[in-house]
Ligand binder design. Structure first.
Ligand SMILES: [Zn+2]
Length: 274
């Protein structure tokens, strides 16, 4: 049984969703919402409504480490210390490891310079540097356990779905063809493949990763997908095909811009005779 907790928002995301999954051995929380009092109250209310206690939750599983999916973890583990299952790439992000974030900031600094982002790029890098300092003591201390491709947890198969985030995973219940998909697939908007470096500082090809992750999902029978935002998806394969076509269209558009640019950059100077 899956009990959604939905926090509406006026933004394009429409809602922040996370889920209580009831299994034979107790409850599991999939993602942990936003760090906001209203979200906390909604979570407690959902537990109460189904006559559950916070102590009935055995573990938290994160689909990825973005801020809007981890918000209530500190409040939960302060009251009831349970393990947090994540992809290995989430750990330095959640712990806010200084060396990791410094390397990440240098990556964006290099990237913005290469892309000619000028003062806007410099300002953004400065913001990132400030955040590294401001948040250096805000690392999330928890009992982390890692999950990777083909692991099984709460009778669901873990599949790695990088693209939107390098540490993104989805859980598939193969008996009922239901996916807990995080932000890998969202019904009303296409999920961004955000620019990210590898741990070694090189740029990840996140759009290609995202395409591969979408294609991987096509190899599974999935009748429903519960997403981190918006409505439950009732025909995931159709939506995946739509998203793949959208990416293809966008790529063709960019390619045409590049070809235009190349044409325009051809030398048109008149030839001067000596
Ligand atoms: Zn999200």
């Amino acid at each position: 049984m899956i009990y959604p907790i939905t926090i509406p928002t006026n933004s394009d995301l429409r809602s922040f969703n996370f889920f209580i999954v009831e299994g034979s051995k107790g409850l599991t929380l999939i993602d942990a919402g936003i760090n906001h009092e209203a979200c906390w109250q909604q979570f407690l209310q959902t537990l109460q409504c189904h006559q559950f206690l916070l102590e009935d939750i055995n573990e938290i599983i994160l689909t990825h480490s973005h801020e809007d999916h981890i918000g209530l973890i500190p409040r939960i583990i302060e009251k009831h210390n349970i393990p947090v299952y994540v992809h290995a790439e989430a750990i330095p992000r959640l712990k806010r490891e200084k060396s990791f974030f410094e390397q990440r900031t240098s990556f964006y600094e290099r990237l913005y310079r290469e892309m000619g982002c000028g003062t806007e790029g410099e300002q953004r890098v400065q913001q990132l540097k400030n955040i590294v300092i401001e948040k250096q003591n805000e690392g999330l201390r928890a009992d982390y356990r890692t999950l990777s491709e083909n692991d099984y947890i709460i009778n669901r198969k873990v599949i790695e779905t990088p693209g939107h985030a390098p540490d993104h995973i989805a859980l598939i219940d193969e008996r009922n063809n239901v996916m807990l998909g995080g932000d890998h697939l969202i019904a009303h908007i296409s999920s961004n493949a955000l620019i990210e470096p590898y741990m070694n500082g090189e740029r990840r090809k996140t759009v290609l990763e995202y395409v591969e992750s979408l294609q991987k999902c096509l190899t599974y029978d999935i009748d429903y997908c519960y997403s981190g935002h918006g409505e439950r998806i009732t025909a995931p394969h159709l939506l995946i095909h739509k998203r793949l076509k959208g990416i293809e269209r966008k790529a063709e558009k960019f390619l045409s811009y590049i070809s235009e640019e190349e044409k325009n950059s051809e030398c048109t100077c008149p030839t001067f005779l000596p």
